[in-house]
Unconditional design. Structure first.
Length: 142
């Protein structure tokens, strides 16, 4: 059986991986909190589950555009039914309402998906400002 890579190729790949690890560490230190830490902040402050926090982050990053139910199901990391998204959105609406917002901050577009309104985006960013520092959130007319 022949070698797939020469020793030089292998060493070149190892050096490249080391450089990428250094770049990644540098980026993390300059960008601040990691996605997991952001999700934990959202969960703690809004009192929602991890999958719901991931769905909310997805809505925030796409606000005020519509996010398909299938994308939210992937964000929830659930191998379940569409019902997982519906229940999650209901719980997020309740959390927003408890925090001074209203249930209509998340709009359901039947057979398409969900959309976070500009008011909803503003509320989430006010409740968890450090979770979205440096986040690219597009502000379009609702």
């Amino acid at each position: 059986m022949s070698k797939l890579y020469s020793e030089e190729d292998y060493l070149r790949v190892v050096r490249r991986c080391e450089r990428l690890e250094e770049e990644n560490a540098w980026l993390r230190s300059h960008l601040g909190t990691t996605t997991d830490e952001k999700r934990a902040m959202i969960r703690e402050r809004l009192k929602i589950y991890a999958g719901e926090a991931r769905m909310l982050m997805c809505l925030v990053h796409r606000a005020p555009r519509m996010v398909r139910t299938s994308a939210l199901l992937l964000a929830a990391e659930s191998e379940g039914q569409k019902k997982v998204v519906d229940v999650g959105m209901s719980r997020i609406r309740v959390a927003l309402e408890r925090s001074g917002g209203s249930r209509d901050m998340i709009v359901n577009l039947p057979k398409e998906g969900y959309r976070l309104t500009q008011a909803g985006l503003d509320l989430v960013r006010a409740l968890v400002p450090d979770a979205f520092d440096g986040a690219e959130v597009r502000h379009a007319a609702a």
